[in-house]
Design a protein around this ligand. Structure first.
Ligand code: GAL
Length: 655
């Protein structure tokens, strides 16, 4: 459990570097990420490298015992590079090319940009690859940020056509797979295919889905280009990328197979809560803390993406600049978010940023220090965390990996692309649905691992899939072979690999283990709310409902008041035939948990629990003190058996 910080030596007079480094070390920070936007200072003119300043910056940090996470600067190509290769600018779906003057102004498919990136990364890794202080490398910065994916350039089109040839081999096969006989969309050759944009009404969903798959692969191969060079010149160093919260334009599990040691991500709980499609009441309630499940969700997802290795590369440390409204976090939150990240398995929590920058785009974004170099309130909290970590004796607890949780929640990137391409109801949002399920589990005190639908989940007591429109064969195989419980949400098994309705109607392959037929589906405007009562709880379907006919052996556990099945089950497999409101979803999930033999104890609002190794954490986002469920005689590492508002407790249950 280490602390880190994001630092931009190029923003500050060199005379401040020494005291910056000294103060970082005093605070308990041990890792510093630098250089990820510094291309114009590293290479001010084509081929003229200026290493001396960066050498001195790295050496200054190293002198104070700090380790460096080096960022490759490819998220911000300098002006001379863009002018020399205008084709690197990305193109939006409306056909506009983006201009120079901020960042991420590049097309992931551009051959000339890939070449230039390989050149700068080769130069940097040759220079610092074996530097003793440089312990890790971050590629680029937040792939896809600012909606820069997908990009609709001629380079993307050429590579997409090639990708389609490899996938379908013949144009007849593609026409058949996409159903192009509809509306006379048939092609005579691959060179007739365009990018799926600028169509008067929806482009063919099969075309859109394949384009998204292609783009996802482009991101992974762009990263791999850099990762291969880092591996070659910086042996033994961790390679990471800083992913974003609730961002799904590329498949992060697949990405992780292209040269990634650690899944790092950037945690901004307050603005993230503001921009998620949550009910207004939630946004208001958690406006200064972030929703209690928002960061945890990404911690658990990225722990899965990184196969156990997860860092927070950028942790919000005060008010930010990029949401519609940017309140100051509640005092204590920076400390709470830090401990929460550790509780969920983070190896490192690194704050954004060391000092607020008084110029340019992010001048309204706080840091651990104000521009006048006084510690900010967030900085004060980090001092406290640093002292607490020292008090704990980090090595004893830090090495503890997270144990397997009782519940696996399947998060699937293609599911998100399918739903986004064909919402069918204006408010059907995949990530929101998964988040609702996650939040329901967490509010019962249950630890959750978020994993791929293709992972082996046989060791989990309960596997939950809020929806999986394209159902992998492996899921049905695992159900048939395993002994664990499964619960699926609506739209599962509804689409084929090529985005058509499955043979024999949904839920497709799931019918072999759960015989039923989804005869009709309906999306529900907010005023249409079919109701029902489950285990004494009244609730309603929202957004989506299916009219299901149960097959042989499938039992209807509960029906809507109008008689339609709401919850169906055969043996260990349960199906929710609608999206449920919070109360009903809670009741349905509690039932599945109990039936899977997992204890359910509802937590007070804002309280969350999480185990890391032998240590159990209680994290209180709420405004009241709460008693924590520690056994008598538990040894407390942080706090005590009563945890105050915006506070944390941690204890060891068995020593
Ligand atoms: C992140 C980004 C940082 C900084 C930060 C501000 O998305 O990686 O460079 O812009 O947001 O919150």
């Amino acid at each position: 459990m280490r602390l880190g910080v994001c630092y931009y030596p190029e923003h500050w007079p060199e005379s401040t570097w020494e005291s910056d480094a000294r103060r970082m070390a005093q605070m308990g920070i041990s890792r510093v990420r630098i250089a990820e936007f510094a291309w114009s200072r590293i290479e001010p003119e084509p081929g003229r490298y200026e290493w001396a300043w960066l050498d001195r910056a790295v050496d200054t940090l190293a002198r104070h015992g700090l380790e460096v996470v080096m960022g490759t600067p490819t998220a911000s190509p300098p002006k001379w590079l863009v002018d020399a290769h205008p084709d690197i600018l990305p193109v939006l779906h409306d056909g506009r090319a983006m201009q120079f003057g901020s960042r991420r102004h590049y097309d992931i498919s551009s051959a000339s940009y890939r070449q230039e990136c390989a050149r700068i990364v080769e130069a940097m890794t040759r220079r610092y690859g074996e530097h003793r202080a440089v312990v890790a490398w971050q590629t680029d910065n937040e792939f896809g940020c600012h909606n820069t994916l997908p990009s609709y350039t001629p380079a993307a089109l050429t590579r997409f056509r090639r990708w389609l040839v490899a996938r379908y081999e013949t144009i007849d096969a593609l026409n058949a797979a996409w159903g192009n006989v509809f509306w006379s969309m048939e092609y005579r050759g691959f060179d007739e295919i365009e990018l799926p944009t600028h169509t008067p009404t929806d482009a063919n969903p099969s075309h859109v889905l394949d384009f998204r798959r292609f783009q996802s692969g482009e991101v992974a191969s762009f990263h791999q280009l850099q990762a291969d060079l880092i591996r070659k010149h910086a042996p033994g160093r961790d390679i990471l990328h800083n992913f974003m919260g609730f961002y799904s334009a590329f498949d992060h599990y697949a990405f992780a197979r292209h040269g990634l040691d650690v899944a790092a991500w950037d945690s901004y709980p307050v603005p993230r809560t503001e921009v998620l499609p949550l009910p207004e009441a939630d946004k208001h309630c958690w406006a200064r803390t972030g929703h209690p499940d928002v960061s945890a969700f990404s911690h658990d997802l990225y722990r899965g993406v990184g196969k156990g290795r997860m860092w927070v590369m950028e942790q919000q440390a005060g008010p930010v600049n990029w949401a519609p409204w940017n309140p100051v976090p509640q005092p204590g939150m920076v400390r709470l978010w830090t401990w929460e990240a550790f509780a969920h398995g983070a190896e490192l929590v690194s704050y954004f940023r060391w000092r607020q920058c008084p110029f340019a785009q992010e001048q309204m974004h706080s840091g651990l220090n104000a521009p006048d170099d006084e510690l900010s309130p967030g900085g004060e909290e980090v001092m406290r965390v640093g002292a607490e970590l020292r008090g704990l004796g980090t090595p004893a607890y830090g090495a503890m990996p997270s144990e397997r949780a009782p519940v696996a929640l399947l998060f699937d990137y293609e599911a998100d692309w399918v739903i986004e391409t064909q919402r069918h109801g204006a408010d059907f949002d995949y990530q929101h649905l998964v988040f609702e399920w996650y939040s329901a589990f967490r509010s019962f005190g249950i630890d959750v691992d978020i994993v791929s639908a293709r992972d082996d989940v046989s060791a989990y007591r309960l596997v939950a899939a809020p929806t999986l429109p394209i159902l992998p064969d492996s899921v049905v195989e695992q159900i048939s072979q395993g002994g664990n419980h499964w619960v699926f949400g609506p739209r599962t098994g509804s689409k084929s690999e090529t985005f058509a309705i499955v043979d024999g109607l949904p839920p497709g392959k799931l019918r072999s283990v759960l015989p039923m037929r989804v005869a009709e589906v309906e999306s529900l405007r907010p005023s249409l709310k079919p109701s029902l009562r489950l285990d004494g709880i009244d609730g309603e379907a929202v957004r989506w409902r299916e009219h299901v006919q149960p097959g042989a052996g499938t039992e209807v556990l509960v029906r809507f008041d109008d008689g339609l099945p709401a919850l169906l089950r055969r043996e260990r497999v349960t199906y929710m035939a609608a999206c449920f409101d919070r109360a009903l979803l809670g009741a349905a999930i509690a039932k599945c948990l109990r039936d899977a033999g997992i204890d359910v104890s509802p937590l007070p609002e804002g309280l969350r629990l999480r185990r890391r190794g032998a240590v159990r954490f209680a994290i209180n986002y709420g405004d009241r003190e709460q008693r924590v469920p520690a056994p008598s005689g538990a040894r407390f590492l942080l706090g005590s058996s009563v945890v105050g508002p915006i506070d944390v407790a941690a204890w060891i249950e068995e020593d």
